[in-house]
Ligand binder design. Structure first.
Ligand code: NDP
Length: 468
């Protein structure tokens, strides 16, 4: 039995790496983790946490406006971007300290510096070599920038979270998670926001009704969403203005351009391929259901494996691995029924199949939709609606998907994700007594199925045949 410095050496102290290392450490494994940036990774320092703080900050704009309908009179509220930045950065600094303490308390040794795999049992950090029985690659992902002339003038979400000044006009390229979240933030804080998307609606991959509804709600808030728009080149003028030329020949002038065009796995300069770790076409580490790579002693979790790229998934993958390796409890990560949320304004929450996926995979389905004006806005006067959608397998009555756009959607969908995991049926939803008055109660009071487009089409065909 060879002697190693550690039982596991983790490269990358983000969500997946920290969770796995801490769980392994709690089972008595000798674990080291290396990191060349702040501790906590993308989610804590360049993603979920700072983004959500900015979403909270931005939301006050609507709250101040809505308060008037409830009898409040306020003098014109002022906003200071720099103050919000300072407060946010202070919180991130605190979280870096929290993560360091958590690692220490779990007995995990933190080694600061960039790690590189030398062989199946050796990692080099800052010229020093460490041996380990197992190596865990948890290096995450970074923003992808397409090849566009002048792309060096664009910022990514990393830059958008740390802008010195709030831009007066900003163009956002990409209509995915990051694009819609930042569009909501900058719009509410007073910037003129233009979104340039390739399709007709935002959030490809989400349920079509959700996509259409969010696109419409964002437009109502003043976000200029331009469909089927492709940037050809970006030019910086002497006064700092950016001039975007589209393929259609339009010129758009802005103060900043944010590219939110996806993320790519961070596998560069890690020595992975040199030691035989297979990567896929996108550069992601290929793993089996146990998160094991093509090299027996090397594992990978989180965005670097490009499975479901969400923080809680990376954490669950990391913990499952520690259970398997160090607690004699073989655990595979279950990637089904993972809920997700988009902190757009209004936000989106979703779990399970979209209507399209449900029809493709399960055949006949019943669809229930509720679209209403939230009670809060009866007095605020705000023109904002909420939509909820439940998709049910017709034969079994099992719910296949819950989707929502509207205030508190992420909070509401979390509970429904538990129900979906437990195999909830429409009958059980109907037997559940709602909490009144809430928006969430709509999910247990929907009675009317949406007309079935498949049956309607068949009926039309029959009708036409009889007519001819
Ligand atoms: P997404 O994959 O969600 O969206 C990318 C967007 O960019 C799409 O609208 C896509 O268009 C567009 N796009 C891709 N390539 C190009 C190109 N060459 N030119 C123009 N447009 C392009 O990526 P994001 O960057 O928004 O987010 C990255 C990941 O981060 C997400 O997938 C998610 O896993 C994670 N994330 C999760 C959050 C959450 O849980 N709330 C929040 C933020 C990020 P098209 O649809 O036409 O392909």
């Amino acid at each position: 039995m060879p002697q190693y410095d550690f039982d596991m050496f983790t490269i990358g102290a983000g969500s997946g790496g920290v969770a796995s290392s801490r769980r392994a450490g709690s089972y008595g494994a000798r674990v080291a983790i290396c990191e060349d940036n702040r501790i906590g990774g993308t989610c804590v320092h360049r993603g979920c946490v700072p983004k959500k703080l900015l979403v909270y900050g931005a939301h006050f704009h609507a709250d101040f406006e809505d308060a008037a309908g409830y009898g409040w009179s306020l003098s014109e509220p002022g906003f200071d971007w720099k103050k919000l930045q300072v407060a946010k950065d202070k919180e991130l600094e605190r979280l870096d300290g929290v993560y360091r303490r958590l690692l220490r308390d779990s007995g995990v040794q933190l080694i600061e510096g960039r790690g590189r795999v030398v062989d199946g049992h050796t990692v080099e950090v800052g010229g020093q070599r460490y041996t380990a029985e197992r190596i865990l690659v948890a290096t995450g992902s970074y923003p992808f920038l397409p090849e566009v002339t002048g792309i060096e003038h664009a910022i990514t979400s990393d830059g958008a979270l740390n802008l010195q000044e709030l831009p007066r006009r900003i163009a956002i390229v990409g209509g995915g998670y990051i694009g819609v979240e930042f569009a909501g933030i900058f719009n509410a804080l007073g910037a003129k926001v233009m979104m340039l998307i390739r399709g007709d609606t935002v959030l490809r991959g989400f349920d079509d009704d959700i996509r259409a509804m969010l696109t419409q709600e964002m437009r109502k808030k003043g976000i200029d969403i331009r469909p089927e728009t492709f940037v050809r080149d970006i030019e910086k003028r002497a006064d700092g203005t950016l001039s975007l030329l589209t393929r259609m020949g339009d010129t758009l002038e802005v103060d900043a351009v944010l590219y939110a065009t996806g993320r790519v796995p961070q596998t560069k300069r890690l020595g992975l391929e040199e030691v035989g770790v297979r990567l896929d076409a996108r550069g992601a580490v290929e793993v089996d259901e146990w998160s094991r790579t093509s090299v027996e002693s090397i594992y990978a979790v989180g965005d670097v494996t490009d499975r479901i790229n969400l923080t809680p998934v990376a954490i669950a993958e990391g913990r499952a691995l520690a259970e398997t390796l160090f607690h004699d409890n073989p655990t595979k990560m279950d990637h089904t029924g993972v809920a997700s949320a988009v902190f757009s304004q209004p936000p989106v929450g979703t779990v399970g199949c979209t209507e399209l996926e449900a029809r493709e995979r399960h055949g006949e389905v019943d669809v229930y939709v509720s679209n209403f004006r939230p009670m809060k806005h009866t007095l605020s006067g705000r023109d904002e609606r909420t939509m909820m959608k439940v998709i049910v397998e017709r034969d079994s009555g099992r719910v296949l998907g819950f989707h929502m756009v509207g205030a508190d959607a992420p909070e509401i969908i979390q509970g429904l994700a538990v129900a979906l995991k437990c195999g909830v049926t429409k009958k059980q939803l109907d037997a559940t007594v709602g909490i009144h008055p809430t928006a969430a109660e709509e999910f247990v009071t929907m009675r009317d199925k949406r007309p079935d487009p498949v049956a309607d089409a068949a009926q039309d065909l029959g009708h036409n045949a009889r007519q001819s």
